[in-house]
Design a protein around this ligand. Structure first.
Ligand SMILES: Cc1cc2nc3c(=O)[nH]c(=O)nc-3n(C[C@H](O)[C@H](O)[C@H](O)COP(=O)(O)O)c2cc1C
Length: 230
């Protein structure tokens, strides 16, 4: 069953009425109840995630490495949630055993640092372990997983449950920061060659982490301008 206070869910529905095509508080309340009963599935945006992008989340896992929390990129390129787990982490060890992770949506990068430094507490909300600072979460279960040629475990997931704990959830999206970085470097091109290199690197990060048409067009436009300079 989805986890969340009805008032919080209602506030969220009212803040993004376009997601459910609601035109009144009464309709929004009906949608909030249908979401909480599990009758209606929330789109990723409702939980603060961005479609067609890698969303940086805090993954809580349980298993042979104990209860653990660590940053992971949740890929939402085609509607199917996916993760790529590198060798050697506790997250991967736990996930390989349990086939499950809780993706915690938190907009604060300092909490990511706390997770990496083993300083971020995890508490249960309605039986689900979630990291401190979590605004929304998804319980994700393995559908299939396999190692690629470089030893990265690539897993396709399905959402088995979700929760909304705050009316303004928002995941960190690396590609958005990278786009800002690219633009800053673009304005400094006249100051030295290193700025063109940094601009291109940032654009590469955008390309890898956001695949929406708007972003890809923006990357191409900037690359064209860079190309026409040389
Ligand atoms: C923003 C961010 C995103 C990350 N995404 C991933 C990822 O998608 N897959 C992965 O294997 N490691 C990822 N990492 C690296 C792991 O978080 C890192 O290896 C961590 O130390 C693993 O911790 P653990 O041993 O407690 O699981 C990411 C790190 C950061 C900071």
């Amino acid at each position: 069953m989805p986890v969340g206070d009805e008032t919080v869910v209602l506030a969220r529905v009212l803040s993004c009425p376009e997601l459910f095509d609601v035109g009144s508080v009464r309709e929004a309340r009906r949608v909030a109840r249908r979401l909480l009963s599990g009758e209606l599935e929330p789109p990723p945006e409702f939980l603060g995630l961005r479609s067609e992008a890698v969303n940086e989340v805090l993954a809580v896992t349980e298993g042979p490495a104990g209860r653990n929390v660590a940053p992971v990129g949740l890929r939402l390129f085609d509607g199917t949630p996916r993760v790529a787990l590198y060798r050697g982490s506790r997250t991967r060890r736990n996930f390989e055993e349990s086939g499950r992770l809780v993706a915690c949506v938190n907009p604060d990068p300092i909490d990511f640092l706390r997770a990496l430094f083993d300083e971020l507490p995890v508490r249960e909300r309605a039986g689900v372990p979630v990291a401190e600072g979590t605004r929304a979460f998804l319980v994700l279960e393995r559908v299939r997983a396999s190692e690629d040629g470089r030893g990265v475990l690539r897993a396709e997931l399905r959402v088995s449950d979700w929760g909304l704990l705050h009316p303004r959830p928002r995941a960190l999206v690396r590609g958005e920061g990278a786009m800002v970085e690219a633009l800053v470097e673009f304005t400094r091109l006249h100051l030295g060659e290193e700025h063109e290199r940094r601009c291109r690197e940032a654009l590469e990060t955008v390309r890898r982490t956001v695949r929406s048409g708007r972003y890809l067009r923006a990357v191409r436009r900037l690359e064209e301008r860079l190309g026409s300079r040389s």
